[in-house]
Design a binder for this molecule. Structure first.
Ligand SMILES: Cc1ncc(C[n+]2csc(CCOP(=O)(O)OP(=O)(O)O)c2C)c(N)n1
Length: 321
């Protein structure tokens, strides 16, 4: 891919996430989604900037806010929307929903309803890749709410001492549900915790896709080259409620939300592309139209897909004695 194609591909990927999330929010209001739905609106630059450097055989472990990670890792909007609709055509065949988006064929190793374990799973993947000498990387995406969980300490320490090819991507959107990270944390600067573990770490503007892209490029290069893990704190903000259908008041002000909307990663990048003459308005409009159509198609596909057959209920269920 040429540099110019790469720049446009970042734009397109962020739009795929944004439009899919906005569709999911509408579908949730219509009662088409079964289970919780935490959108990634406002945070699209992070999954996009990181996953742009990943191969299909690199492994991503994600969170409850994981639609963007799945989409950026190569799960299609059709498979994501159908999964949230509980249909047999979903990436987990309608058995999982939002918090069980799996597609190992493209290295999407799961979203999760449990805050924290993705850090340990990505560490474990890194250990496996190191033993295999495969130059693959393991990536954990997690929120600030996971940073004071024991998994963070254990995972980062192990990855550091064994120089594992793992990326720890903290999406610090300032709140864990309604709890401000600054209140919940003695040290609210995640990006400077790396030295405590003997690990490279840095903080980037998580609403600047190029800043994330550059930081991840270096981290992936180091991981593949045997130089060990990196912790990247991406400062960002979710502009919708914690989860669809939840109230969104009392813990943050409307002014704060509006202020962050001004820093919207997609609008900013659109302006950057135009100002730097990397694309014209027509090109960007054509990408927007194409992605919009893709998401309309995904919703229709999902709505018209069959439910899983009741007699298959015990398939994919394992009982390990
Ligand atoms: C181990 C565990 N504890 C508590 C919860 C309940 N819970 C669900 S989401 C959430 C907040 C997570 O905040 P953060 O990790 O910052 O992610 P964000 O929602 O801000 O993206 C909590 C505490 C959980 N799912 N798992």
């Amino acid at each position: 891919m040429s540099q110019s194609e790469q720049l446009l591909s970042l734009y397109r990927q962020m739009l795929i996430i944004r439009y899919t999330e906005e569709q999911l929010a509408r579908s949730h209001q219509m009662g088409l989604i079964h289970g919780a739905c935490h959108t990634y609106v406002g945070e699209e630059a992070i999954a996009t900037g990181v996953c742009a450097h990943l191969r299909p055989d690199d492994a991503v472990f994600s969170t409850h806010r994981g639609h963007g990670h799945a989409l950026a890792k190569g799960v299609s909007p059709r498979e994501v929307v159908a999964e949230l609709f509980g249909r047999a055509t979903g990436c987990s065949q309608g058995r999982g929903g939002s918090m069980h988006l799996f597609k190992p064929e493209v290295g999407m190793m799961g979203t999760s309803g449990i805050v924290g374990p993705c850090i340990l799973q990505a560490t474990g993947a890194g250990y496996s890749f190191k033993l295999l000498k495969s130059e693959q990387v393991g990536v954990a995406f997690f929120g600030d709410g996971a940073v004071n969980n024991g998994a963070f300490h254990e995972g980062l320490n192990l990855a550091s001492i064994w120089k594992l090819p793992t990326l720890f991507i903290c999406e610090n959107n300032l709140y864990a549900t309604e709890v401000p990270f600054a209140y919940a944390s003695g040290n609210p600067h995640v990006g400077n915790r790396g030295p405590a573990y003997g690990m490279e770490s840095l903080t980037v503007d998580g609403n600047d896709v190029l800043a994330v892209y550059e930081a991840a490029e270096e981290a992936v290069r180091r991981a593949r080259g045997g130089e060990g893990p990196t912790l990247i704190e991406c400062r960002t903000y979710r502009t919708r409620a914690h989860a669809e259908g939840m109230r969104d008041a009392g813990y943050r002000t409307q002014e704060e939300v509006e202020e962050w909307k001004e820093r919207d990663p997609i609008t900013r990048y659109n302006e950057w592309l135009l100002e730097n003459e990397e694309a014209g308005t027509e090109t960007l409009a054509a990408i927007e139209a194409e992605v919009k159509e893709m998401v309309v198609d995904a919703e229709e596909f999902a709505r018209n897909s069959p439910w899983p057959e009741p007699e298959t209920v015990s398939e994919h269920v394992f009982n390990q004695r």
